[in-house]
Every structure is written in C-alpha cells, then in structure tokens.
Unconditional design. Structure first.
Length: 191
C-alpha cells in the first residue's frame, strides 16, 4: 500500500509518502513541505498548495491519501487556514479517484508512539526509527505527514473490516425493512 500523508497548513503543508503493509517494515518514498508566503493572498496560497500536492500525486501515484483531521483550537484563524489546506488536499485526491482517510492528531500519535499525548519530538523520533532514517525529517510538519501515512497503513486493515461490517449491517437492515411482495397462492388446476 502506498500512502501520501498530508499535514495541512497554509504556510507549511507537510507531505510524505510511505509504502508498505501492516506488520512489515515500511519504506519512505519521499518527504517534504509545500510552502506559501504568509503575506500572499489567500487564493494564491491555496492554488500553490494545490499545485504542490498535484506534483506529489503525479510523482508518487499513491493508492490512498491520509489527511490530518482538523480539530478545534483556540485560534480560529489557524483552524480556518488548516481546514482550507485540508480541503485542497482532499479535493486533489478525490478529483483523481484516490480514497481519502482522515485521522485525528491523537490517533496518529497513538499509532506511531503508543501515546495519544506524545509531543512532536517523540513523533519525529518514532518516524525516524520506524522508517530507518538517519535523522528526523525537518520541519516537524514533514515528520507529521509521514506519521499520518504510517498511521493509515497500520489502521487501514481494521478500518476496512469495520467499514465492511457497517455496509453489511446496513444492507441487512434495508432488506429487513424492505416492503415485501405479497405472495399469491398457486392453485392447481385439474386436468
């Protein structure tokens, strides 16, 4: 499985591609940051993020895109920028038919470090160890993008089973509540 992780942000949007399957060693295929100027117009910044993500999609051809789920912070302006960058990443993937998964920061931290309250240094150290890198990716946004991809690879089998179970339950519920066609008794006609 090849996953592009996206740590959304208007100034620095972390991107990282990881390949592998749960339970086996993982391989980093690329890591970086799509940057925009803080003083640029919002529309231009979003276009720059789109172009950057499109380049990563073209170059690495991921099967999935994992994006950090935007969570409420005290600074509404920061949340808005993160949400806008997140939407651009989801749009780019969806336009190509690539499935998008959203993971919360605590899910990612727990998957990579074992603790949903790990700090950035701990996440960077575990990403370095898990991917057998010489040093933690810089800036932290890049390491976070790799952590998102790792989280998705490790969680995908369980999530897929859960989605299949929900789909089967929904189908069973539809069948159980579907209007039944009345049965007409068949009469035998004497010969």
């Amino acid at each position: 499985m090849r996953v592009l992780g996206v740590d959304p942000g208007l100034t620095r949007c972390g991107v990282g591609v990881v390949e592998g399957v749960a339970g086996r060693p993982l391989t980093m295929l690329g890591v970086g940051v799509v940057r925009t100027a803080a003083d640029a117009e919002l529309g231009h910044r979003l276009v720059a993020i789109e172009r950057g993500i499109e380049e990563w999609l073209d170059e690495h051809r991921p099967e999935f895109v994992a994006v950090e789920r935007v969570f409420s912070q005290h600074n509404v302006r920061t949340v808005m920028g993160t949400a806008q960058a997140s939407a651009v990443a989801m749009l780019c993937a969806s336009r190509r038919g690539i499935p998008v998964a959203l993971h919360t920061p605590s899910e990612v931290k727990a998957a990579v470090t074992g603790s949903g309250r790990a700090d950035k240094a701990q996440v960077g150290a575990m990403v370095t160890r898990l991917l057998r890198l010489d040093a933690p990716p810089k800036p932290a946004d890049a390491a976070d993008a790799l952590a998102l991809a790792i989280c998705h690879i490790w969680r995908a089998p369980a999530v897929n089973r859960l989605q299949q179970a929900h789909a089967a339950a929904a189908a069973a519920a539809r069948t159980a509540h579907a209007p039944r066609t009345p049965t007409v008794p068949v009469r035998k006609v004497p010969r």
